[in-house]
Design a protein around this ligand. Structure first.
Ligand SMILES: Nc1nc2c(c(=O)[nH]1)N[C@H]1C(S)=C(S)[C@@H](COP(=O)(O)O)O[C@H]1N2
Ligand SMILES: [Mo]
Length: 166
C-alpha cells in the first residue's frame, strides 16, 4: 500500500502535507476528461480557421465555438481519457507553502529513488492527477504528475513520495 499523503518540504516557510484523498470534494479540481480536450479542440479550431481562409463567414471569424470532432474524441479515447478522472494544480499549494526567496527548484522524490527537477516556474504549472474513473490511484499513486500541456498523459511521473523545494 502506498502512502496516501505527500509532504511539500525543504525551502518553504510552511511545510504542507498534501492529502489527495480529500481533493475529490475540492471545487478547484480539474476534470481531466475535458481539460486537455478543450485545448486540443481550440487548436483544431484555429487550424480550421486558417485553412478555410479569410473569406469564410463572419460568425466563424468572430469566434463561434465548434463541437469536438469525432477525430478528436477518438484520439483522446485512445489515450484513456475516461469519465471521473480528476487532477489538481500544484501551484496553489506552492503558494500556501511560501517558497523561500532564493529557492530555484522543485524536486519530485519517487519511491523508486528517482528524482525529477523543475524550475519553480515549471513546477507551478504541474497537475497532480489523483483519480481515474472515480477511483483513487492505487499502487503507483497517490498522484501521477502531468505536464500542463498533457504531453505526458500516457507516461506521467508515478510513485511520487515527496515534493522538495530547494
Ligand atoms: N517515477 C517514474 N514514473 C514513470 C516513469 C519513470 O521512469 N519513473 N516512466 C514513465 C513511462 S515512460 C511509462 S511508459 C510509464 C510506465 O508505467 P507502468 O510501469 O505502470 O506501465 O510510467 C511513466 N512514469
Ligand atoms: Mo514509456
Amino acid at each position: 500500500m502506498v502512502e496516501t499523503i505527500i509532504p511539500i518540504k525543504g525551502a518553504v516557510t510552511y511545510q504542507l502535507t498534501l492529502d489527495p484523498t480529500v481533493w475529490i470534494f475540492d471545487d478547484r479540481k480539474l476534470d481531466l476528461t475535458t481539460y486537455f480536450i478543450t485545448e486540443k479542440v481550440e487548436e483544431d479550431n484555429e487550424k480550421y480557421l486558417r485553412d478555410m481562409g479569410a473569406h469564410w463567414s463572419r460568425e466563424i471569424m468572430e469566434g463561434a465555438v465548434f463541437p469536438p470532432t469525432l477525430k478528436t474524441e477518438r484520439k483522446f479515447d485512445r489515450k484513456g481519457m475516461l469519465t471521473g478522472t480528476f487532477g489538481m494544480n500544484l501551484n496553489p499549494f506552492l503558494i500556501n507553502a511560501q517558497v523561500n526567496e532564493g529557492a530555484t527548484e522543485v524536486v519530485l522524490e519517487c519511491s523508486t529513488n528517482e528524482e525529477y527537477s523543475f524550475s519553480i516556474e515549471e513546477a507551478s504549472t504541474l497537475i497532480l492527477k489523483f483519480s481515474q474513473d472515480g477511483q483513487p490511484l492505487l499502487g503507483d499513486g497517490p498522484v501521477h504528475i502531468l505536464f500542463a500541456d498533457g504531453s505526458n498523459i500516457d507516461h506521467p511521473i508515478k510513485n511520487v513520495t515527496a515534493i522538495r523545494v530547494q
